[in-house]
Design a protein around this ligand. Structure first.
Ligand code: AMP
Length: 216
């Protein structure tokens, strides 16, 4: 399953960042998280960093052409050629169509949708903290520093109540239609994202294995 081309979908607080990182580690894939790329651009003051920061702060979506351009460049890097899992992209049907075009004549192997009820997502978001240096996400029980790189942990700038509400609304109106889009392509696996994170990882890995064994 190395060389897989995967997408993980899920509303904010579904645990998709955590699961994407684990799947990437287990299968040797590049994890490509557009939110991480944008936060890094904002932090380092890259040319488009200031522009995207305004959208992120409000919980709004960065325009499709900007996002697609970033993903096009990232997919051209050598590690992505060995397989990838996209986390946080696509988020609109326009982005999904652009991704299909970028990959043509190849295509995605599987789109994993992590399903969690709104109350669970909100509860997880309330305690969420991220490493300011590497972007790794932690729950409320974490210490003050990142276990991976030692960087300081803080609440995300866009984890305010208003921005969270805005992002959940946008997920429902802009991103949920992707479920239909990928169902029509027969590429969707909907996975229960509640409960113990290790159990969720096992379910995700099983669905990926199932996809590949179905084909061989
Ligand atoms: P995330 O870390 O995935 O929650 O993304 C943080 C923020 O980055 C989002 O609230 C958006 O402002 C922006 N962003 C990330 N990925 C995308 C995308 N695919 N399309 C539009 N905006 C995005």
């Amino acid at each position: 399953m190395s060389g897989s081309k995967l997408v993980i979908l899920g509303r904010q607080g579904s645990g998709k960042g955590t699961q994407a990182e684990r799947v990437a580690g287990r299968l040797g894939l590049a994890r490509i998280a557009t939110g991480d790329i944008f936060r890094e651009a904002a932090r380092t003051g890259s040319p488009y960093g200031e522009q995207v920061q305004a959208y992120m702060r409000e919980g709004d979506l960065v325009p499709d052409d900007v996002v697609v351009d970033v993903v096009r460049q990232r997919l051209a890097e050598p590690d992505a050629g060995e397989g990838f899992i996209l986390d946080g992209f696509p988020r609109t049907v326009g982005q999904a169509r652009a991704l299909d075009e970028l990959l043509d004549p190849e295509h995605l192997d599987l789109v994993i949708e992590l399903e969690v009820p709104t109350e669970v997502a909100l509860e997880r978001l309330a305690g969420r903290r991220v490493c300011l240096d590497c972007g790794r996400t932690y729950g409320p029980e974490s210490g003050p520093r990142c276990a991976r790189c030692g960087g300081p942990l803080a609440t995300r700038q866009d984890d305010t109540e208003a921005a969270i509400r805005r992002r959940l609304d946008l997920y429902a109106t802009q991103t949920e239609p992707l479920v239909e889009y990928y169902l029509a392509q027969d590429r969707l696996a909907s996975i229960d994202g509640t409960g113990d994170p290790d159990a969720v990882t096992s379910r995700v890995l099983r669905s990926i294995e199932g996809r590949f064994s179905r084909r061989s």
